[in-house]
Design a protein around this ligand. Structure first.
Ligand code: R5P
Length: 294
């Protein structure tokens, strides 16, 4: 089904309008501001009683965004919306998927419990599914996880003549191999060890097999950017200076986009997190996901 009204949380206005166009529904108006003490003010300026409503909020910088989002969902229900769905193209808190050390919170489950409580459905893009096999393991509402791979493959096919795909770790292996097969391109996957939030080591790529092809480092997310930076440095050390860093979600914590660019890499991401590198538009895929789920 299609929602009647789509509302953007701050920063998601363009994505919400594009989705409303793609779905043939209306973009509603939601006013938000901060009170002087930092609390959130919210007002729905479109009538929502009896309407199927979708809220759009990509969840980079999640701690600042989650409280206003849950308040908006709660208000929509209180005002009589018949369904309240969430479109979160980037879904935060998926990587803490087990207690790695005693006492650690498994925040992916806490996040799933909150979203499942406040929303009737959710659509997201390539959530980091590693130890969980599907979203149904932790979410109790219908969730559609849209795959960006076809859009990334189409971008590579149109933009890069002789690609060589590199997956930086074993988690990327399945995805990179499928994408490479679809393109008829060679690929390699590396081995990564993460020692800390900003410390990773990656095994060196075999540059002899890359030859004169354009290396494309392919990953689901650039977060701190350390994974990509390590591979870019390894390639540079072996004389390969201008790889492409291609990811679904570009967060670029700590200005890692600048560091990657300074090392000669070209960065391209999908549109799940808006920004200067978000060149691969996912609107059509996300709209299809919403039609299937709402
Ligand atoms: C890891 O499992 C993911 O697929 C990414 O490789 C990782 O999350 C990237 O993180 P960062 O940019 O912080 O190295």
């Amino acid at each position: 089904m299609t929602p009647d009204l789509i509302f953007a949380l701050p920063g998601n206005e363009t994505q919400a309008e594009q989705l409303a166009d793609a779905l043939g529904c209306k973009a509603g108006a939601l006013t938000t501001r901060k009170f002087p003490d930092g609390e959130t003010y919210l007002r729905f300026d479109s009538a929502i009683e009896g309407k199927r409503v979708a809220l759009v909020s990509t969840l980079n910088d999640p701690d600042a965004k989650i409280v206003p989002l849950l308040f908006a969902a709660n208000a929509a229900r209180m005002m009589g919306a018949s369904k309240v769905g969430l479109c979160a193209p980037y879904l935060a808190y998926m990587r803490q998927d087990r207690s790695f050390h005693p006492g650690e919170a498994v925040t992916s489950r806490a996040m799933a419990a909150l979203v499942s409580q406040y929303f009737d459905w959710m659509v997201t893009v390539d959530p980091h599914l590693h130890r969980y096999k599907s979203m149904a393991e932790i979410y109790t509402i219908p969730v559609t996880a849209v795959h960006a791979a076809p859009a990334l493959s189409a971008w590579i096919a149109a933009q890069v003549k002789n690609p060589f795909l590199i997956g930086p770790d074993e988690e990327s292996a399945q995805w990179v191999s499928e994408t490479a097969r679809g393109l008829g391109a060679p690929y390699a996957t590396l081995e990564k060890i993460r020692q800390g939030d900003r410390v990773v080591t990656v095994s060196a790529p075999d540059v002899a097999v890359i030859g004169d092809r354009t290396p494309i480092l392919l990953d689901d997310i650039i977060s701190s950017g350390q994974t990509m930076l390590e591979v870019v440095k390894l390639l540079r050390a072996k004389g390969i200076e201008h790889p492409i860093c291609l990811a679904v979600h570009g967060l670029f914590a700590g200005h890692s986009d600048r560091a990657l660019t300074e090392l000669g890499a070209r960065i391209v991401t999908a549109s799940s997190v808006p920004g200067p590198f978000a060149q691969i538009d996912l609107t059509r895929l996300i709209a299809d996901g919403i039609r299937q789920t709402a």
